[in-house]
Every structure is written in C-alpha cells, then in structure tokens.
Write a protein that binds this ligand. Structure first.
Ligand code: GLY
Length: 361
C-alpha cells in the first residue's frame, strides 16, 4: 500500500506525517535521506522495545544510521521529572550533542517524555515521533504538546515543541490490547463530533472493519484525524482559542478519570465525558436531543461506557473541575456540541445542569 502523507503547516517548523502499513522497516531510509542528525537515540518503554525495538534498530542500521536505544518502564507512572533526569544523564554519558536527535518510539507517555526531553536537552535538539498506539497516532504525537506529571497534577510541566516528522505504521496496532484500541477510538469519535459530520458517519458505518483492523480503513481514519488536528494546530498552536475544541469530552472526562484514581483508562473517561458534554449541551439549549442520542449511540457501539460510574465521588469531581488546567479565573469552560461536526466553547453553563449530568441525568 502506498504511503499517505499529511502535512502540519507551521512555516519553517512544518513537518510531514507519514502513514503506511509496515512503515517501520523504511524509517531508516527516510531519515538517512533527510539527514536530520548525525546520530539518533531511540527512547522507548520496555514493552514496545521488546516487541518492535529490533525492527526499528535494523531499519536504522541498515540505512547506515548510528543509533542507541534507551528504555524506561512502561506506564503513566514513568511520566515524571525523575525519568527525564535519568534519560538526560544517559544521553550525556552517551555523548549526545546538538547535532543528534531523539526518536520517541511508543505511546503517549513516551511521546510526551521524549518531546519534553528533546525541547530542553542542550537547550533543544530535534526529535521525531513514531507513535505505536491508536491514541498517540491520532492525537498526542501531532501538535507539539510535551510534558510530564507532578504530584499536583497531570501534564503540569511541559513545553510546546514540534517534532521534525511523524511516522505512523498501522501494522503495529495488531498487538495493541483491545481496551487501548477502544480508548484511542474515543479520541477518533471526538474528531467527528467537533469537526466533521461526514467522518462521524464514516465511523458509524465502518465499525466492523475498524475492529478487524482493516488496513485501508485504518489508514484513512488515522489520516483524517491527523488532517483535522493539523488544521486546528496550524490556526492555534499554543491553545489560545480554537485548539481548545480538542478538549471536547475532556473537562468532565478528566474529572471522572481523576475521581477513579486513574483506574479508568483515559479514552474510556473521554467517552463518558463526551456523552456528559452532549447531555449538558441539550440542557443548555444548544444541541438537539437527537444529536446527543447519536453521540451516545456511537460511543456505546464502540464498546465504551457512556455513564459516570455510580461509585465515583461527585464532590471530588466538582472540586477537580475547578482545579483543572482548562479552568480560567475560577470559570470552568466546557466544549459543547451544537450539532454533529460543530462545537462551541462556553463558561455559560448552569451549575444545576452540571450536577444533573454528574448524576447521569
Ligand atoms: N490532545 C489535545 C491537544 O493536543 O491539544
């Protein structure tokens, strides 16, 4: 299958997103042609490196590229400043300098850590993204958000720093656990609701092929998500306005995720958050009931939960909403759908309606 290419247009910081099944084997060739760096350090977690480290390393070495591989334990618990410090020390010990580059090889945690490290190591060196989960392929590897968690909250320390290229191999999704695939699909549904009614319809009609990991369907799905993300980021790289639409489902979703002490996976919380935002939009008078039903139906049809688990503490969620990064001056901003394919950002929401939605009413 031929490569599909999407571009993120940010003037001199523009970069390509290459999408193709089996791409992993060809990345070395492309990097060698583009001469981005003298030497590369692949940063990956232990699981991804066990599954695919050798394939990527072979691809680089056979293209004459000199590379090292550093791994860290997989999972969100690695996404902190101590991991950054030990990776930076390792890079320094290996003699990496400003002529070298990093490769983020893994899911969102790996991309966020590696991008952050690239943005501050020697005051900034280039990096490329090779995302291996659906969520990182359609969202976190594109757009330049990097960062780590601190005890006070997730992603509270980080930078905006764009990669030089993104390489998406759809074949690696074959080994992704089903739950993680579904979690990524919540973000995919998000793009349909916020930006593209036709894409929403495509998702309604192609569920079976998507779960069967049909390559052409996956490639066009990922490409459409990347195109939408690119269009949004090109207009608002630093989330001053439009980019906030990407937070649809994440306001109540994050509160649900935090109240579950992160036992609920991110995409599942986003699925719940999207349904909650749709119900809030109906109460707010900006969305037709039928459209909210269509959002709930599609979320449910992808095997994602639509209601906030009853055992989760509602007052904790209310407190979290007020502390959230997206809250400005004590005002909670919600991204509310106005129709499938269009949203508005507003703080004009009745708190009684929020309480009803938190009660799954
Ligand atoms: N994941 C949302 C964003 O990149 O803005």
């Amino acid at each position: 299958m031929k490569e599909t290419l999407v571009t993120v247009g940010l003037d001199e910081r523009s970069y390509p997103i290459h999408i193709q099944p089996g791409l992993l084997q060809d990345i070395g060739k492309d990097l060698a042609e583009n001469k981005l760096a003298n030497r590369y350090c692949i940063i990956s977690d232990d699981q991804v490196s066990r599954l695919y480290g050798e394939v990527l390393m072979d691809s680089l070495l056979s293209a004459g590229i000199s590379a090292e591989l550093i791994t860290f334990p997989s999972g969100e618990k690695s996404k902190h400043l101590q991991t950054m410090a030990s990776l930076a020390s390792e890079l320094a010990r290996l003699g990496f300098d400003r002529k070298d580059a990093l490769i983020a090889f893994g899911g969102g945690v790996t991309g966020d850590i590696t991008g952050f490290l690239a943005s501050i190591y020697m005051r900034g060196i280039p990096f490329v993204q090779i995302p291996t989960t659906l969520l990182s392929q359609v969202d976190s590897s594109v757009g330049g958000k990097t960062g780590v968690d601190i005890p006070e909250g997730k992603n509270l320390v980080g930078t905006f720093y764009q990669p030089k290229a993104v390489y998406i191999d759809t074949e690696v999704l074959q080994t992704l656990p089903l739950e993680e695939l579904q979690g990524g699909l919540a973000e995919v549904i998000k793009y349909g609701v916020i930006y593209d009614k036709d894409f929403f319809t495509f998702l309604e009609n192609n569920r079976q092929k998507i779960f069967a990991l049909d390559e052409p369907v996956l490639v066009s799905l990922i490409a459409r998500c990347c195109e939408i993300k690119a269009e949004v980021v090109e207009q608002d790289e630093r989330e001053g306005g439009l980019r906030r639409i990407l937070n649809f489902g994440h306001t109540i979703g994050h509160a649900v995720e935090a109240a579950s002490e992160f036992s609920l996976i991110h995409g599942f919380a986003v699925g719940i958050g999207m349904c909650a935002a749709a119900r809030l939009a109906v109460k707010n008078g900006c969305l037709a009931e039928q459209a909210a039903d269509a959002i709930e139906r599609i979320v449910q049809s992808y095997g994602l939960p639509i209601n906030i688990p009853t055992e989760l503490d509602r007052s904790e969620m209310r407190a979290f909403l007020l502390r959230d990064k997206k809250t400005v001056g004590g005002k909670v901003f919600y991204v509310l759908p106005e129709a499938i394919g269009r949203v508005r950002i507003t703080d004009q929401v009745d708190s009684a309606h929020v309480d009803q939605v938190l009660a799954n009413n």
